[in-house]
Write a protein that binds this ligand. Structure first.
Ligand code: COI
Length: 356
């Protein structure tokens, strides 16, 4: 693996000091794809060795119709963000955690993964090459989407003979329509996102298409998204289509423990640590739907979502509104604590940010 050559390429690109693009309406980005300048591509051929990664103009890929990712879903993705600080730096948040999660997911899907250093270097290069697309401070972030796919052709069910690691980026604003306003969740009591022994705990692409049906139905009825229950007892809260969930009762914070069916969110993990540092008691344990309905405050966490308060949940036609949703709640406090670190406003005492 040519980690050293990747490092020197990154240094070469970083000498280019292009500022943010002018003439872009940075105030009106939602969470949609905006094609940018460059994407990163690295291939792992038959011999199991990763070749030299390169930056290419953002564009379509050429794949065999029988690529393993297209036929059998052999693919993983990650989500990360780069922020521009007021003093002109560009920061990543815990990028090595995404690399480690991809290594874990690759093992589950029988794929070769990039070592942590190579992953982080590739992310840095891609961010630098798209630097002008990083929104100005306070106007959003550059969303980074690393992908690892079985790009080689297969017909019988087997691991692909070739893999491609890709990174593309897009400037983004808030994930949910309505910005950081409290969202309305529908608890699904029929469909499940993941089952024990399945792949709910890794970021495989296959976890996401199955939630579209319920998500579309819920959105059609005015909900923001769907909250899933466990597949065994249909009783414990697991996660929302695109984010983890936390509940607060009597000042204590609770979040479903990771049992292989819930995505180990990096924002989830960071919020647990920040909340404990702010002297909250945080428990990771099974959280029942009854506890959800009796909570004082509920919020979601994720890279795309950041920390978003939940205004209401609806379960079996029972709708519960949370009085503490929004400004002044614990979610707001944790949102500020997290984003101040991510955007370089607060001192990075936990050593979480990595300057590009
Ligand atoms: C993220 O938060 O980065 C995710 O991967 C969720 C995605 C469905 C937008």
């Amino acid at each position: 693996l040519k980690t050293n050559s990747i490092r020197s390429e990154a240094t070469a690109v970083s000498s280019d000091n292009v500022e943010t693009l002018e003439g872009v309406d940075w105030d009106n980005f939602g969470f949609g794809l905006r094609p940018t300048d460059a994407m990163y591509v690295m291939k792992c051929e038959h011999d199991g060795h990763w070749g030299k990664g390169e930056l290419k103009p953002f564009g379509n890929l050429e794949l065999s119709p029988s690529a393993a990712v297209l036929n059998y879903g052999q693919g993983l993705f990650e989500g990360m963000k780069a922020y521009r600080t007021v003093d002109g730096r560009i920061l990543l948040f815990r990028p090595e955690e995404n690399a480690l999660r991809m290594i874990n997911g690759a093992d589950r899907l029988s794929m070769p993964a990039l070592p942590v250093d190579a992953f982080v270097n590739a992310v840095k290069q891609t961010v630098i090459a798209n630097k002008r697309w990083i929104p100005p401070p306070g106007k959003g972030s550059l969303y980074i989407r690393p992908l690892l796919i079985g790009s080689g052709a297969v017909l019988g069910l087997a691991p692909a003979p070739e893999y491609t690691f890709l990174i593309y980026v897009s400037p983004v604003g808030n994930y949910f329509k309505g910005g950081l306003a409290p969202i309305d969740l529908k608890v699904d009591n029929y469909y499940h996102r993941a089952a024990p022994g399945g792949t709910g705990g890794v970021k495989t692409i296959g976890n996401y298409a199955p939630v579209l049906k319920t998500q579309l139905l819920a959105k059609g009825k005015g909900y923001s998204d769907v909250l899933y229950l466990d597949a065994v007892e249909n009783k414990y809260v697991e996660e929302v289509s695109s984010c983890n969930i936390f509940i607060i009762k009597d000042g204590r914070i609770h979040t479903p423990e990771l049992r292989g069916t819930i995505l180990p969110g990096i924002t989830r993990k960071s919020i647990i640590e920040l909340a404990r540092n702010l002297k909250y008691e945080v428990e990771e344990r099974p959280v029942s739907v009854d506890e959800l309905l009796e909570a004082d405050e509920v919020f979601c966490t994720g890279t795309a979502v950041v920390v978003n308060p939940v205004g209401s949940v609806t379960y079996n036609d029972k709708r519960v509104k949370y009085k503490n949703a929004g400004l002044g709640g614990v979610a707001q406090e944790l949102y500020t604590a997290l984003t101040d670190i991510q955007t370089g406003k607060a001192e990075d005492r936990l050593n979480w940010v990595v300057q590009v």
